[in-house]
Design a protein around this ligand. Structure first.
Ligand code: PAF
Length: 281
């Protein structure tokens, strides 16, 4: 496995692979990799001849008061995990390599990026789309792998790929959870012991909603009310949103019908965590 911070070097490597007729998978990450990322890399390695992992904390997807400065980083641990998972190349650029000082071109999306996380983080998906678009142009993969935990991000990226005719297959991978249910996230590292316990309220609310739908409940408000009540009962939790939307358009639903995404963002102390479930009804 190799690691480079240079765009030209990634391009040179990928061209070499292409000449040999090899397929290429991309796993875009912001580093501080965990089992969730590992599952993406393992899947990409099973479905492609070569896998590139990008490891880049993308400044333009953080709002002014968000955690860019404190976002956890550990490139040595990331290298080990990537190697074990079967990656061929890590792309780990400096900010200057990705963004010229006079950088001024952004990918903006309407609607799909505006609800849920887009309400609290109004510039987030513009930053995500822009960097993912850049990564797609740099690596030119056959397939790109994203976690279902960021369900809105997946919908946004799928829409970008469709709207801008990018010839890349987007592969969604299931949420990976800790044994007690908490969805794996690089941000879990911010939680102290007490908050870590309180954070279980997210997965508990997800499981409750899932169970209600499995039992045949279809009224969005009934399901959301039960989930919200559960979150409100946890003293360390502050709800950002709990919503039921169409998984592709992110438009709110009053009844659970079609591909239904029930998603939440909850602050545990100052840490904002997300979780969700998708059900075909
Ligand atoms: O999901 C993430 O870690 C990031 O949003 C991504 C897709 C790597 C873009 O920076």
């Amino acid at each position: 496995m190799e690691i480079t911070g240079k765009i030209d070097e990634v391009r040179r490597k990928v061209k070499e692979w292409r000449k040999q007729g090899l397929s290429v998978g991309l796993v875009p990450t912001m580093g501080f990799l965990h089992e969730g990322h590992k599952s993406l890399i393992v899947r990409a390695a099973a479905e492609n001849d070569r896998v590139v992992v990008s490891d880049f904390v993308n400044p333009i997807q953080f709002g002014v008061n968000e955690d860019l400065a404190t976002y956890p980083r550990d490139i040595e641990a990331d290298k080990k995990l990537c190697e074990e998972a079967g990656a061929a190349l890590i792309f780990h650029p400096e900010v200057e390599e990705m963004y010229a000082p006079d950088f001024s071109t952004y990918v903006e999306m309407q609607k799909v990026s505006e609800g849920l996380c887009g309400k609290t983080r109004p510039t987030h998906f513009r930053g995500v789309c822009t960097v993912v678009c850049k990564l797609f142009h740099i690596v030119m993969p056959d397939r790109a792998y994203f976690g279902q935990k960021d369900a809105q991000q997946l919908a946004v990226i799928r829409r970008m790929v469709r709207d801008l005719n990018m010839d890349i297959q987007i592969v969604a991978c299931p949420i990976v959870r800790e044994e007690d249910g908490l969805a794996k996230s690089s941000r879990n590292t911010y939680l102290n012991e007490e908050e870590r316990k309180a954070a279980l309220v997210l997965s508990k609310a997800v499981f409750l909603g899932e169970e209600m739908m499995q039992d045949g409940e279809r009224d969005a408000e009934t399901i959301l009310k039960a989930m919200r009540q559960m979150i409100e009962a946890e003293p360390l939790a502050k709800m950002d949103y709990v919503e039921m939307v169409d998984a592709d358009t992110i438009e709110p639903l009053v009844r659970a019908e079609g591909r239904v995404l029930t998603a939440m963002a909850v602050y545990i102390g100052t840490t904002r965590l997300i979780d969700n479930f998708i059900m075909e009804v």
